[in-house]
Design a protein around this ligand. Structure first.
Ligand code: FES
Ligand code: FES
Length: 159
C-alpha cells in the first residue's frame, strides 16, 4: 500500500441522522465514501463531473452533487441520501406516477426535487424548469418527471 492509499484522516459524518466515524484519504470523493465505505449505493456514479446529477444528495437540506465534494469537506454538515428520505411527497409522487424507466437517474432527481421543495416550497414553473436542468435522464422520461414535480408543487402542467 502506498502512502497515498492510506486512509489517514478521521472524519465524523452525519448521514441520515446518524453519526459515522470513518477514516479517509484527503483526496477521497464523498460519492465513493458514501457508496463504498457506508454502503449507501442510492447515490449513483454517472459522469463524475457534476453534469448528470445521478449522485445528488442533500447537504444541510440543499442538493449537492456528491461527485464534486471531498469527503473531508462534508464534516459537520447534515447529509441525507435517498436511503434517509422519509415520508417524502416527492418520493411518493415518483412511485405513484412511475416517473422512471431504468431508474438509474431517479434517486438523483428525487433528491434534487426534495431540495427544491425545502428551499422554495412555492416554486413556480420556471423555477422548476431551471432546477431540473441539473439532472440528466438517459431514458428520456422527462415528461413524466416534469409532471410529477408539477404534481408535488400542485401546479397545473401547461407543457
Ligand atoms: S456523477 Fe455526479 S453529477 Fe454526474
Ligand atoms: S430512467 Fe433511466 S436514466 Fe432516467
Amino acid at each position: 500500500m502506498s502512502f497515498h492509499d492510506a486512509a489517514n484522516y478521521p472524519v465524523e459524518l452525519q448521514v441520515n441522522g446518524e453519526k459515522q466515524f470513518i477514516r479517509v484519504r484527503a483526496a477521497d470523493i464523498l460519492l465513493y465514501t458514501l457508496r463504498d465505505k457506508l454502503g449507501l449505493t442510492g447515490c449513483k456514479p454517472g459522469c463524475d463531473n457534476g453534469d448528470c446529477g445521478a449522485c445528488t444528495i442533500l447537504l444541510d437540506g440543499f442538493p449537492m452533487k456528491s461527485c464534486l465534494m471531498l469527503t473531508v469537506e462534508a464534516a459537520g454538515k447534515q447529509l441525507i441520501t435517498i436511503e434517509g428520505l422519509k415520508n417524502s411527497s416527492v418520493q411518493y409522487a415518483f412511485a405513484r406516477n412511475q416517473a422512471f424507466q431504468c431508474g438509474y437517474c431517479t434517486p438523483g432527481f428525487i433528491m434534487n426535487c426534495q431540495g427544491l421543495l425545502n428551499a422554495e416550497p412555492d416554486a413556480g414553473q420556471e423555477t422548476i424548469r431551471l432546477w431540473l436542468e441539473s439532472n440528466i435522464c438517459r431514458c428520456t422520461s422527462y415528461e413524466e418527471i416534469h409532471q410529477v414535480v408539477m404534481d408535488v408543487f400542485k401546479l397545473k402542467n401547461e407543457g
